[in-house]
Design a protein around this ligand. Structure first.
Ligand code: ADP
Ligand code: MG
Length: 863
């Protein structure tokens, strides 16, 4: 088999040609071998020893291999690293094959299209996303497939920012980019910034002949051409990855962002809905909220959290269900206990559809269906019409797929094995043929025992034994010393240290029967197993429907549990412009950093009344927390959850837009100010009267005057032109002047008091602007050396005493409180611009007292 040009290596080359982007796992006997570049890459990724085929010849080929039975763990590691693997199998038994064994790629394993539990996270969907860019930038078709749950959805979005929002929400494992992509398009880079581990493929053109869309859909005409093209791209890719499978035919549903509360990628990130900026898994809204008991429930909750609704009636229906489980506490705990044993019916159903179920998975399906039946029985104890409606039970009995669960119960042993070839899958009485084979096997061994006794008697050798090994089959063994007493018609098979091994016609005949029974038994088991998988596959749609019902109850019961534990209340959701919250809390901060000492705050915004709140207060007072908590309460209310507040009235919001902090985008290699302005510009362009905008200290990334001027005009624009509800936290005290001239603007501040130079945060929001910023007190809290603090106090009082407001705009935090930017600027700035810059860059930690004095002297001399 030397050389590149052997029949086997030609097979390999064919496979590689068909799947150039994949690492080929090439089956050779008991190994999967990798050759050439694949071998080099895989050896590095998997820590394998790299050897080579045709060593010391000109056409030496790098190679490495893994035992086929261990392939799963290696595959998982490659997938984790974003590789794609094509599995090229032997298509016939080499022992029964004349000439070369045929080999074919049976499956391409790629992160976006796995269905095996071990490659999946049970609490999140595993989306493959296709984005189809229309020529001339006229929209983008977006479709999403989770093969593991059988879900398929399509929509279109206007531009790449909206596409990024979808990518941020779905967090696909893999993305196909196609259509009118410019070469060197930055889109791919942008995607990777949102999701560093995303596998992005530029998919070749679909070509003239677009594949048929063989899927059930209420109405394909409902979808635009560009949307359908992205669906085709998705399905073509899926089919190519499963050349030997029939894929499920998922129902195509429309995902319409217009019917949802829009949270763009920035807002998703800033609000820390499912990810925490610092990577703390517990510090997200999802972590606080997720008390679901099933994987399907966990996935649904995550989706609802990232796409809250706008439809008052639908939201109220969800709230009704949550309320039902808040009221019926006993039922809730029983329900959650049952749900915990249901497992992942949705994914098990898809595995069956694809014919890939293992005996263990069918066992799990059986157990899950039985648990589901108990859940439904529990809930059918509720008889009132309103209660049945809240559970979606008013339309009649639930399909529990009892036909299948009964069959599985009849067929399978309690704990079926993980692989069908291990055998011992079925209860013996399940099938007459199986029972017969089993009886034959049993009588076979009984007859061996009988034969052994009979031979002992006949030969009078007490130590005579009949034994079995895999290599020699059945034999009679007698001790050396007795070998002479053996009848002459026995044939000697082997001599071992302990004695002699013989066989005889009677034993041969019996052995033949036993092995036949074994063989038959195995074949019959495999046949029955295939039938059972097929039966389950045929029921998969019904199982998925049942599972989705369970997920909805699970989410509602989980949210009720959270409401009960953390004292959330049902919000009044209505079609208005109001947002009124009494004693609202931040759901995450109250559980973590401020556990047990969180100070609730009110909020009362109305697009027609007070719609712009300027929130001031010292650093660390709780401004950012307040802004986010208001946004989070809106998200919670519109996803249909109770909220952390004494009461809340939420008029439907169409989008939550945020610009929070100036910190996190440095990793993206853009200047903070640029990012800040880009995000702000997007907010101004997309906000409507129905939106909630939270702006946290915008203008930080630039000089004081620039920053203040921009903050000021942004606030005015939102107030005058957009008319949305806005919370604006700012360190520019000057901004609070806005409330005098703008009817819908009001000042609030988060209070603090100073005690002996120490600042005490009260975290309470009160009407009116903050009187001062406590910068020096906060600096003390941060542990600045005492002499620096003392000097700073002197400097501050000096500045406050001598500086006319507006004349000494120092660093932002210490800016004098009454500076009126748009009043006449001082004709000649008292402090030279260079000095200002100098002051800004002053490193107080390194400054010696002499230097400080010298600087002060210089300032003073300019007065
Ligand atoms: P700011 O934005 O005003 O600088 P933050 O909102 O970042 O302040 O709050 C700083 C810290 O104060 C938070 O991490 C939290 O621990 C605490 N905090 C904020 N708001 C409250 C509150 N309402 N009750 C109790 N602690 C709070
Ligand atoms: Mg802040």
């Amino acid at each position: 088999m030397a050389g590149r040009d052997t029949p086997v290596m030609r097979q390999h080359a064919d496979a590689k040609r068909a799947y150039p982007d994949a690492i080929i796992f090439f089956r050779l006997g008991d190994f999967y071998e990798m050759f050439g570049e694949d071998a080099v890459v895989a050896a590095r990724a998997l820590d394998l020893v790299l050897t080579s085929r045709n060593k010391s010849q000109v056409d030496e080929i790098p190679m490495c291999g893994i035992p086929h039975h261990a392939a799963h763990s290696y595959l998982a590691r490659l997938l984790e690293k974003g590789f794609t693997v094509a599995i090229c199998e032997q298509m016939a038994d080499p022992a029964k094959c004349k000439g070369i064994v045929p080999r074919e790629v049976v499956r391409v394993v790629t992160p976006g299209l796995v269905t095996e539990q071990e490659h999946l996270d049970s609490t999140t969907n595993n989306w493959l996303l296709a984005a189809e860019i229309a020529p001339g930038g006229l929209g983008i078709g977006v479709s999403l497939l989770d093969l593991s749950t059988g879900e398929l959805a399509a929509t279109s979005v206007a531009d790449t920012t909206a596409l990024l929002a979808e990518v941020g929400r779905a967090e696909p494992r893999e993305l196909l980019l196609g259509g009118a992509l410019e070469p060197g398009d930055s889109l791919e880079r942008a995607m990777r910034l949102v999701l560093p581990r995303l596998v992005v493929r530029s998919d070749p053109d679909l070509g003239e002949q677009e594949p048929e869309l063989d899927i059930p859909s209420a109405d394909l005409a409902e979808f635009s051409a560009i949307e359908l093209r992205s669906v085709r791209r998705l399905l073509r890719y899926a089919r190519a990855c499963y050349p030997q499978h029939e894929l499920p035919r998922p129902r195509l549903t429309r995902w319409d962002s217009e019917t949802h509360l829009i949270l763009d990628e920035v807002a998703q990130r800033h609000l820390e809905l499912v990810h925490h900026a610092g990577g703390d898994k517990h510090a997200t809204l999802l972590a606080v909220l997720d008390q679901t008991a099933t994987p399907g429930g966990a996935r649904l909750l995550r989706r609802r959290l990232l796409s809250p609704l706008r439809d008052v009636a639908r939201i109220r229906r969800r709230l009704d269900t949550v309320e039902l489980f808040v009221v019926h506490a006993r039922l809730r705990s029983e329900l959650r206990r049952e749900l915990a044993t249901v497992g992942d019916l949705e994914r098990l159903a898809v595995r069956a559809w694809m014919g890939d179920s293992s005996p263990r998975e069918l066992g799990a399906l059986r157990d899950g269906l039985l648990a589901a039946a108990k859940v439904v029985e529990l809930l059918s104890g509720l008889k009132e019409q309103t209660e049945r409606e809240a559970l979606g039970l008013q339309t009649g009995p639930v399909d529990l797929v009892l036909d299948l669960s009964a069959e599985l119960e009849k067929a399978l042993v309690a704990r079926p094995p993980s692989q069908s070839k291990e055998g011992a899958i079925f209860l013996p009485e399940y099938d007459a043929q199986l029972e017969e084979c089993d009886a034959l096997r049993r009588t076979g061994s009984e007859r061996i025992v009988a034969l052994e006794a009979q031979l002992r008697d006949a030969t009078n050798i007490g130590s005579l034994k009949i034994r079995y090994t895999r290599v020699f089959g059945w034999y009679v063994e007698v001790g050396r010393s007795h070998a002479g007493r053996v009848p002459s018609e026995w044939r000697r098979k082997q001599t071992v240290a302990t004695g002699e091994r013989f066989t005889l016609p009677e034993l041969d005949e019996l052995a033949e029967k036993i092995s036949h029974a074994e063989e038959h038994h195995r074949e019959r088991e495999l046949e029955l197993f295939r039938q059972l998988v097929e039966l389950a596959g045929a029921a998969s749609e019904r199982i998925r429907e049942l599972s989705q019902r369970l997920s909805r109850w699970d989410v509602a019961a989980g949210l009720a549990e959270v409401a009960h534990r953390h004292d959330y209340r049902r919000p009044d959701v209505e079609d208005s412009t109001r947002l009124v919250i009494h004693e609202g809390r931040h759901p995450v901060v109250e559980r973590l950093t401020a556990l047990g000492r969180f100070v609730p705050n009110d909020c009362g915004l109305d697009s027609n009344e007070e719609r712009l709140w300027l929130v001031t207060g010292p650093n660390m007072a709780g401004k950012s927390t307040f802004l986010r908590q208001v946004a989070l309460i809106v998200v919670l209310a519109q996803m249909g959850s109770f909220v952390p507040a004494a009461s809340a009235t939420v008029g439907i919001v169409d989008r939550v837009l945020s610009r929070v902090g100036a910190s996190d985008n440095l990793a993206r290699g853009e200047s903070t100010f640029m990012v800040e302005m880009r995000e702000t510009s997007r907010i101004l362009k997309t906000a409507t009267r129905r939106s909630l905008v939270i702006l946290d200290e915008i203008g930080r990334g630039t000089s004081t005057y620039d920053g203040l001027a921009i903050a000021w005009s942004v606030a005015e624009y939102l107030h005058d032109a957009v008319g949305c509800k806005t919370l604006f936290a700012t360190h520019y005290h000057e901004l609070t002047e806005l409330s005098r001239t703008h009817r819908h603007a009001a000042n609030y501040s988060v209070s603090a008091k100073e005690l002996d130079g120490d600042v005490v945060f009260l975290h309470r929001l009160v009407a009116g602007a903050a009187s001062r910023s406590y910068g020096v007190a906060v600096a003390k809290l941060a542990g600045l050396p005492e002499w620096v603090l003392a000097r700073a106090r002197v400097l501050l009082s000096d500045l406050e005493a001598t500086g006319t407001p507006g004349k000494l705009p120092l660093s932002q935090a210490e800016a004098a409180p009454q500076l009126d930017l748009f009043a006449a600027r001082p004709a000649e700035p008292v402090v030279a611009k260079a000095e200002l810059e100098h002051l800004r860059q002053l490193d107080l930690d390194r400054l010696t007292p002499i230097e400080a004095l010298a600087f002060l002297h210089r300032l003073k001399s300019q007065l």
